[in-house]
Design a protein around this ligand. Structure first.
Ligand code: AMP
Length: 191
């Protein structure tokens, strides 16, 4: 099973990714989490990207791709995965296409969580207080939303045209949303 989960920042992708990954027995791989861990551990990568992330911009494709491809080569990702927060640019889509093709693999589906943006900005501000994420002050959050619209929104059309997109209402509590997502996936994939 190879899946993507997409949606605007703060739509709850990470939480849903963990639940879906668990359900299908595949690792939920988040480039955002990999980047945050690098920042926390003050690795060379972390030092290079911390400013970009704290300002809500995107990490350059070359770095993001390197990190993702390395992660996909780990043992637990051999039989499938769910990518959370990747791809985010058209170049990343192309790179992922290439990577899949080389291994004669394909995507099974792309879940798009839809959300009321003002509501999620408010939710992110609340989460910022609880989790103390470096990329969660109001200015950064607004910037992340803008960057998302410019760079990542167009990807939804790409996957829609390929017949892979499954849109799910991401508003509501975690359990409700995950039931919707799992039901939609089961209907589409028959498992
Ligand atoms: P996330 O946890 O997915 O919201 O990611 C947090 C931050 O990490 C984003 O705001 C970006 O700065 C960076 N990031 C994560 N994934 C990517 C990606 N695929 N391409 C570029 N930047 C990314």
């Amino acid at each position: 099973m190879r899946l993507l989960i997409m949606g605007p920042p703060g739509a709850g992708k990470g939480t849903q990714a963990a639940i879906i990954g668990e359900h299908y027995g595949v690792p939920a791989i988040s480039t955002g989490n990999i980047f945050r861990t690098a920042i926390t551990n003050r690795t060379e990568l972390g030092e290079r990207i911390k400013r970009i992330i704290s300002e809500g911009g995107y990490v350059p494709d070359s770095l993001t791709l390197k990190v993702l491809i390395e992660r996909l080569q780990e043992e637990d990702a051999k039989d499938g995965w769910l990518l959370d927060g990747f791809p985010r640019t058209l170049r990343q889509v192309k790179a992922l296409d290439g990577e899949l093709k080389v291994h004669n693999l394909h995507l099974d589906a792309v879940v798009s969580l839809t959300a009321d943006e003002e509501a999620i900005v408010q939710r992110m501000l609340k989460r910022a207080e609880i989790e103390n994420r470096p990329d969660d002050n109001e200015e950064t959050i607004r910037n992340r939303m803008e960057v998302y619209h410019e760079q990542t929104d167009p990807l939804l059309d790409v996957y829609r045209e390929r017949g892979l997109l499954i849109e799910v209402d991401g508003m509501g509590d975690v359990g409700e949303v995950s039931q919707r997502v799992l039901a939609a996936l089961a209907e589409r994939l028959g498992r």
